[in-house]
Design a protein around this ligand. Structure first.
Ligand SMILES: [Zn+2]
Ligand SMILES: [Zn+2]
Length: 345
């Protein structure tokens, strides 16, 4: 099969012909229909992810059609499926108690297993996969493996967001946009933060109640002013010290900080404002992914039109453009996300 392979960090992915994936006993092989290009991929491509090495195939936000099913697979050849990026085992205590996104035996294609920047990808533990709704484009569905589900779980589970509350969103990439759209659906007021004016304008056109350009000065103070004393919930969607501290400092007393951005490279450890946490008695949540049992309710809301996530996909690109999209993430990116939809080009 054709695949984009990491050979040298920060250099163009190598488009190669590699062996087709073997079909897992308890899973399927998908012909990839679409795969999102995510900032986590950028961390891996830069050499900042412990599970990405020379020879790795990135790609963890994918959907596709089953071309081969193992003897213990739940799905069948021909099924069109969406995969969450965390493929949980289904048997451990975490899986048994509904928190499969913390499964200790999880497999994540793209990080430690071959990913979906390729014509085919193996998905073991296929009980995690769900049917792609007829009405949903593969490009949009690809984001439901990572950014949308992560944002949904951050808001509804970790932050326990309530209608009418103020949510601050630090970073308006894929996670940030999904957070904005879902928080608006839930009846919250949303203030977005970025350094790219065009992204702030884009976010406001999608319903953001207020926008703060982080290059204009003290972000936290601006948000405290806009919200009349601080946000109730703040979602950090980048993983760097400036946004992390702005997120903590913009919160109201008893506010909830939800950390979504992956701290990588030099930011694995970082100085944070503990005094803000202490004085305002904040709650600080980490979050990663979503247990796959939450898919039906989320997909139902999207299918019924309660929320329109289509503005998230800004660019549909061929596999040969993946390197350019990763390279673009070295600096501030334009609004919306890129999704690979042609794996043969
Ligand atoms: Zn992702
Ligand atoms: Zn498990």
């Amino acid at each position: 099969m054709r695949a984009a392979v990491v050979r040298e960090f920060s250099a163009d992915l190598s488009i190669e012909t590699v062996p087709d994936p073997a079909c897992p006993q308890d899973g399927v092989v998908l012909e990839v229909a679409a795969c999102g290009v995510c900032r986590s991929d950028h961390h891996g491509w830069m050499g900042h992810h412990p599970k990405v090495a020379s020879g790795s195939i990135l790609g963890h936000e994918y959907c596709g059609t089953v071309v081969e099913a193992g003897p213990r697979a739940r799905h069948s050849v021909g099924d069109r499926l969406i995969a969450p990026f965390i493929l949980a085992c289904g048997n451990c205590p975490a899986c048994a108690t509904g928190v499969s996104n913390t499964c200790e035996n999880q497999i994540v294609p793209g990080f430690g297993a071959p990913g979906a920047y390729a014509e085919y990808v193996a998905a073991p533990f296929d009980h995690n996969l769900v049917h792609l709704p007829e009405t949903m484009s593969p490009a949009l569905a690809a984001g439901l493996g990572c950014r949308v589900t992560t944002a949904w779980h951050a808001l509804t589970d970790r932050a326990q967001l309530r209608a009418g509350e103020w949510v601050a969103v630090h970073g308006t990439g894929g996670i940030g946009l999904a957070t904005l759209l879902l928080a608006k659906m839930l009846g919250a007021q949303v203030v977005v933060v970025d350094v790219v004016e065009e992204k702030l304008t884009h976010a406001k056109s999608l319903g953001a109640d207020a926008a703060v350009n982080a290059t204009d000065g003290d972000v936290a103070e601006a948000i405290r002013e806009i919200t009349g004393g601080g946000a109730h919930v703040s979602v950090e969607a980048l993983g760097i010290p400036a946004t992390t501290n702005a997120s903590l400092e913009c919160l109201a007393t008893l506010g909830r900080h939800v950390h979504v951005g992956m701290p990588a490279g030099d930011h694995v450890t970082m100085p944070i404002n503990m005094r803000a946490i202490y004085l305002k008695q904040l709650s600080v949540f980490g979050t990663r992914g979503m247990p796959s049992w939450k898919y039906p309710s989320l997909l139902g809301m999207i299918e019924r039109g309660d929320v329109d996530l289509s503005p998230m996909v800004a660019r549909e690109v061929p596999l040969s453009r993946a390197s350019a999209e990763l390279r673009a993430m070295n600096g501030p990116t334009p609004p919306g996300t890129a999704v690979i939809i042609d794996l043969k080009q």
